[in-house]
Every structure is written in C-alpha cells, then in structure tokens.
Design a protein around this ligand. Structure first.
Ligand SMILES: [Zn+2]
Length: 387
C-alpha cells in the first residue's frame, strides 16, 4: 500500500491521537473497547494500535474479561517509554524530579542555593539536571524534555524578564538549557507550574476552575479555567501577590502600596516572627505545635491576611477550588481556620456556595511535578504529530 498523503495522512494522525488518548486516559482497554469508545472501526483501531506498539508507546498485557469467546488482549500506555525532568528553581533551593511519562516520580533531589548570581546558579542547575538524567533507565525515547518553574515573569520564548527575589533580568533560560542538552525545554512561572502540578496530579484533579495560590517568599497564583492554564495576552497573568489589600499600606518593590504578599507571604510571617526569636517557618510551626500561643497567634494573623486576598480572588474568578500551596501549605493546621473564617466573611454568598479551599496535595512538590508535566505534555504533542 502507498504511504497515505495529504488529507489521509492528517486523518491518520488525528485517529492515532484519539486512540493514544483513549489508552492514556482509560487503560487497560482491549481493541474492541477502543473501537466502542472512539467510534473508529475495529480494523482501523487494530492498525493504529499496531503502529503505537511499534513506536513503543503502547504495551499488550495479559488477557481481559471476555463476554464470551476468545479473551481479548488488553492494552496499556507504556509509561516508561521515556522520562521527563522537572525543576523548581526557588529563591533559596533548586528541587528536581525525574518522572515517567505518567508523571510518577522515579527520583528526586534538592540543593540549597546560597547565592543568586547567574554564574553561580547555572552550574548548580546543570549539575542537578545531569544528576537526574543520569538516573533515567534505558528507554526507547530517553529523557524527552526538561520543564523548569522559576520565581519570576517569563515570556513566550522562555526568557525570564524579571525575577525580583533572584535579582535576575532578561535571562534567556530556555535557550541556555536547550542548547546545552539539545532537548525541548519549557520555562514557566513557578505558580503556573504549581497550578499544573495540582491540576494533573494533586488536589485539582478533575476540577475545571482552580486557582492555585503559591505562598512562599512572595505570593503568585496560577489560574486554571476550563482545565486550561490561563496565561493572559503575554503570559504574565497571575501576579495576584501584587493585589492591593491596604490602600495606604507598606511600599512594595513593584512600586505599588499595600500589596497582598507584604502581609501574607512566608517573608511577611518571618518578619513578624523575628522579634519572637524564630528564624524559619519550620521553627515557627514547631513552636505552635508545642503550644506557643504567640506563634499560634502569628499564624492566625497570616491566615486572616491570606483570606483577605483570597476573598478578592474568589469574587473575581468564582473558582470551584482554591488551593493554597508552596511553603505555607506546611502550616495548614495553624492557618486553615482563620483563612476559612476570613473568606467566609468577605466573599459574596453566591461565590462561596460551591467553593472549596484546599491545601496542596503535593506539598512542596506542586511546582516541580507541574514542571515535569510541561515536558511530558510537549512529548505527547510531538508523538501525536503536532509541531
Ligand atoms: Zn507589589
């Protein structure tokens, strides 16, 4: 038979994508199941499945249940056909994971960052990426890509325009990393990456309208509407840490006054904790756990200020869930009540009727898992015949 051309080739691509999608989402499936699910005829399904098996993307496993007659062979997605690297470049750490193609973590590593100069951070970043890649088992596709979440504003070409806490401007990170490894690289803001992580693997699974609030040194948000990340006209959406919650409040590095993150971030918490003699979030949580009322009161206050900003977010977006993530999620038990009380008091009743406030299920891994997802997502796009 001649190789299909033009429209036929396009139809084949589309059908292959449909079959692969069905297997990724609903496996184990028999060929007959796929035919029923997709409406494609059995001969077409068999031929496309064979292509996917030949491409190492689909595996046959044992025998399924039969409704009579011969037992069908079941098909699953070959999640170890390749691996992805996810990186969360923080302000004082770099965290990395190696995942399979379903996003399952195979290996993880973290290094502390003590200096922020690019010439110091880049070698650390490369070392971490290489240590993760070295853990990747033999596989048909190898490492398929690298996703990196960063604490700053990123444009569509993967350039970090501004990362205030690292004091970086105009860093072409995507170019640097993809040139070095000759692999697809995807850079996004850490709050967007965290939102993706929770949407795919964490508390936001199956939820269409989700706002992820990354509360670390600053506050960033990742907005998921209709299960898609909303990035705005230039990719800069979600800078809700700079929402004013105090009209004549403290000056912010962004030029505004009274920004939310000045009152409700980890940085704000530690500023208030210093006079009490506590220097880290973990120390403060430990003190609260041991009954220190001043520490408990501090968390209540941060929780209330977090709630004020969240109330605005809820009134604007009418989400089904708000997920509080990053470092502050570690203090869930101490901030949860005051967050909820404040949101209840300050949101419109219609908006909070269906609202759930959750904490990141992936804890501190939301962003790093989301970063790996970017690489996986692009891999699927390529094997389905996209650009
Ligand atoms: Zn600001």
């Amino acid at each position: 038979m001649k190789k299909p051309t033009g429209d036929l080739a396009l139809i084949k691509k589309m059908n292959t994508a449909i079959v692969l999608d069905a297997i990724v989402k609903k496996a184990p499936l028999s060929r007959a199941n796929i035919s029923e699910l997709t409406g494609l005829n059995k001969a077409t399904v068999s031929s496309l499945v064979q292509d996917l098996i030949d491409a190492n993307l689909v595996l046959e496993i044992g025998m399924g249940q039969s409704s009579g007659g011969r037992k069908p062979v079941m098909l699953i997605f070959n999640r170890t056909a390749g691996y992805a690297v996810g990186i969360d470049l923080g302000v004082n750490y770099i965290r990395g994971v190696l995942t399979d193609l379903e996003g399952g973590v195979i290996f993880e590593a973290e290094v502390a960052l003590h200096r922020h100069a690019l010439e110091h951070v880049l070698p650390e970043l490369y070392r971490l990426i290489e240590s993760l890649m070295a853990q990747s088992p033999e596989s048909p596709y190898g490492v398929v890509g690298i996703g990196i979440g960063v604490p700053g504003i990123v444009d569509e070409s993967g350039t970090i325009l501004f990362a205030p806490n690292l004091k970086w401007k105009q860093v072409e990170l995507e170019h640097l990393v993809s040139d070095r490894y000759d692999l697809p690289v995807f850079i996004d803001n850490e709050a967007n990456a965290g939102a993706q992580g929770e949407q795919k693997y964490g508390a936001g699974r199956g939820i269409a309208h989700q706002i992820y609030v990354s509360v670390g040194i600053g506050i960033g948000t990742g907005i998921i509407l209709n299960k898609e990340l909303y990035k705005g006209a230039s990719g800069f959406s979600g800078e809700l840490g700079h929402l004013s919650i105090d009209l004549a409040g403290k000056p912010c590095s962004c030029g505004n006054l009274g920004c939310w993150e000045l009152y409700a971030s980890e940085h704000a918490l530690l500023e208030m904790a210093a006079p009490l003699g506590y220097g880290s979030l973990r120390e403060l949580i430990q003190a609260a756990d041991q009954g220190d009322e001043a520490a408990q009161e501090l968390f209540r206050r941060i929780g209330a200020d977090l709630g004020v900003g969240l109330a605005n977010v809820v009134n604007v977006f009418n989400p089904e869930v708000v997920i509080i993530g990053n470092r502050m999620s570690l203090a869930q038990r101490w901030i949860e009540d005051s967050v909820r009380d404040t949101v209840t008091k300050r949101t419109l009743s219609y908006h909070r009727k269906e609202l759930r406030i959750l904490f990141a299920e992936l804890g501190e891994q939301s962003a790093v898992r989301g970063a790996a997802y970017y690489a996986i997502h692009q891999f699927f796009h390529r094997v389905k015949g996209g650009a």
